[in-house]
Design a protein around this ligand. Structure first.
Ligand code: MRU
Length: 344
C-alpha cells in the first residue's frame, strides 16, 4: 500500500495473481469497505490500512475545535474496527492513532497532520518489525528444511517482508536451502493465489498443496516445521489464525513436527485471557457455495463459514515475535517478553 496526494492506494488482493490493480481510498468508508471485501487483508496490513483510514476520516471531519474533532475521530475508529472483527491489529492501530491525537498539542489542522504522520509510522515500523521477527525465527529453521505454511502471512499481509514468510525469507537470505509447502487455504485461496505468488517472485522453492493433503504430506514425505501467522493471540497463547490452522496444528502434533506462530507483539491481546473470547468472523456463504461466480453446491444448502479458528496454546511450540522467540508457559512469558514492546 502507499499514500499519494491525499489518498491511500491498496493493491487489490482479490484480483491476484491474474491482475495487478490498485484501489484508491479517499475516505475512511472506502478503507473500511476495502478491508471488509478483503481487497486488503492480513492482520498487520489491515492495521496499517486502518491507520490511514483514521487519517482520511480526520480530513473529512467537520470540526472547528479539538473536542468535536476527537469525538468524530472516535466514530471513525468504530467504523474501521467494525470492518473485520478477528484481527486485533485493527483496534491496536485505531487506538494508537486516537492516542496520538489526544497527546498532540495544537489546533485541528495540527492534529490532522499528526495523524497522517502516525499512519506513515505504523506502515514503516511494520516492515522493521517483520525483519526482526525473521531474524529471530530463522534460527529455528534448519538448512534443507521442508516447511509447511497456511494462508498468507507474507509481504502482502503486512507492510512488507511478512511474519511467517518473513521467517522463511530470513532463512533463505541466510543461505539456507528451504522448500515451502503452501496450503491452498480454502475457501479464499490465500495460499494458492498469494503465498505461492510471493515465494515464486523471490525465487524461494514452493509447492502448492490442497489443504486436505497436509496430513499425508507429513506422514509420507516429512515436514520439518510449520510456521503460520496470527490474527489475535490471547494472553495464554491461544492463537486465532486462518480457518484450517487448528487442523494443521493437530496434524503437526501427531507427527511430532514443531508448530510455530510468527506475529508482532501488537497481535497479542492481553485484555483476553484465552482463545474462547476471540471474536471469530463468519463470512458470506457464497464463498463456499460458489466458485469464481459459479454455483458449486445445491441451492438452499446450509453453510457454516468461519474465517478463522483458534489453536490452543498447548499445540504451539513457540511464538516468534520481534521481541524474541517465546516458549511456554505463555501466560508468564508473553507478559514478560512483550511488556517492553507493547505499542511499538
Ligand atoms: O482472512 P485473511 O486473509 O485476512 O487472514 C489472514 C491470516 O489469517 C493471516 O495468517 C494473519 O492475518 C497473519 S498475516 C501476517
Amino acid at each position: 500500500m502507499y499514500w499519494r496526494d491525499g489518498r491511500l492506494y491498496l493493491l487489490d488482493q482479490t484480483r491476484l495473481p491474474a491482475e495487478v490493480e490498485y484501489v484508491a481510498c479517499a475516505t475512511a468508508e472506502d478503507v473500511a469497505r476495502a478491508i471488509s471485501e478483503m481487497k486488503v487483508r492480513g492482520a498487520p496490513a489491515i492495521g496499517a490500512a486502518s491507520a490511514y483510514g483514521m487519517a482520511l476520516g480526520a480530513n473529512g471531519l467537520d470540526a472547528a475545535d479539538r473536542e468535536t474533532f476527537l469525538a468524530g475521530l472516535r466514530d471513525v475508529g468504530r467504523l474501521l474496527t467494525a470492518s473485520r472483527p478477528t484481527a486485533v491489529n485493527l483496534r491496536w492501530a485505531v487506538d494508537r492513532l486516537i492516542d496520538r491525537a489526544v497527546r498532540e498539542p495544537g489546533d485541528v489542522p495540527a492534529l490532522r497532520r499528526a495523524l497522517l504522520e502516525e499512519a506513515h509510522a505504523v506502515l514503516h515500523e511494520d516492515v522493521e518489525i517483520n525483519r526482526r521477527i525473521g531474524a529471530h525465527g530463522q534460527v529455528l529453521v534448519p538448512d534443507g528444511a521442508r516447511i509447511l505454511t497456511h494462508c498468507n502471512a507474507g509481504a502482502l499481509a503486512t507492510a512488507g517482508y511478512g511474519t511467517a514468510l518473513g521467517v522463511i525469507r530470513a532463512a533463505y537470505e541466510a543461505g539456507k536451502k528451504v522448500t515451502v509447502f503452501a496450503d491452498e487455504t480454502r475457501p479464499f485461496l490465500q495460499g494458492a493465489r498469494l503465498t505461492s505468488l510471493e515465494l515464486m517472485a523471490d525465487g524461494i522453492p514452493v509447492v502448492l498443496i490442497a489443504d486436505s493433503m497436509a496430513g499425508y504430506l507429513m506422514a509420507r514425505e516429512g515436514i520439518d516445521l510449520v510456521v503460520v501467522g496470527a490474527d489475535r493471540i490471547a494472553a495464554n497463547g491461544d492463537t486465532a489464525n486462518k480457518i484450517g490452522t487448528y487442523g494443521v496444528a493437530v496434524l503437526a502434533r501427531a507427527h511430532k513436527v514443531p508448530f510455530y506462530v510468527a506475529a508482532p507483539v501488537s497481535t497479542v491481546d492481553f485484555s483476553i485471557s484465552d482463545g474462547a473470547a476471540i471474536p471469530i468472523e463468519e463470512r458470506d456463504q457464497a464463498e463456499l457455495t460458489h466458485f469464481q461466480g459459479r454455483r458449486i453446491a445445491p441451492e438452499g444448502v446450509k453453510v457454516w463459514n468461519p474465517a478463522f479458528d483458534v489453536t490452543p496454546h498447548g499445540l504451539i511450540t513457540a511464538i516468534i515475535t520481534e521481541a524474541g522467540v517465546i516458549y511456554p508457559p505463555y501466560t508468564a512469558n508473553l507478559a514478560r517478553v512483550c511488556s517492553g514492546n507493547r505499542g511499538s
